[in-house]
Design a protein around this ligand. Structure first.
Ligand SMILES: [Zn+2]
Length: 119
């Protein structure tokens, strides 16, 4: 006798998935346009290539941002969403309680020389 096991599956889809796909396609087209501009126009193609590249990156960022907003709204509403929500890379930094300088050592402050308590 087998039993069913519940598992969550996130399939691509929804408007946020479509926006992600459109962003990738537009980025690829923009890079191809940039390279084509440089190849065909050579020196005269630098400005158009830069313009195409900057516009492509801005449109890619805009579409990804809109997709992220949709994901956040769906998450807040408790609805399923496609893709992942981006998170910043977090790092932990310690500072001295005496002088406020960033600690590079776990035992002693390089700035004021105070000994650091260990847990
Ligand atoms: Zn210090």
């Amino acid at each position: 006798m087998a039993r069913k096991i519940e598992s969550e599956r996130r399939n691509a889809g929804g408007l946020e998935g479509l926006l992600d796909s459109a962003a990738i396609v537009l980025l690829a087209v923009g890079i191809i346009g940039t390279v084509a501009s440089l190849v065909w126009l050579k020196l005269y193609g630098i400005l158009p290539a830069l313009s195409i590249l900057i516009n492509t990156i801005l449109v890619w960022l805009l579409l990804r941002s809109i997709a992220e907003i949709i994901r956040l709204l769906k998450k807040q509403a408790g609805l399923p969403y496609a893709g992942d929500i981006s998170y910043p890379d977090a790092t932990v930094a310690y500072t001295c309680s005496e002088c406020g300088a960033m600690l590079h050592s776990e035992s002693r402050c390089d700035s004021c020389g105070a000994n650091i308590e260990t847990d």
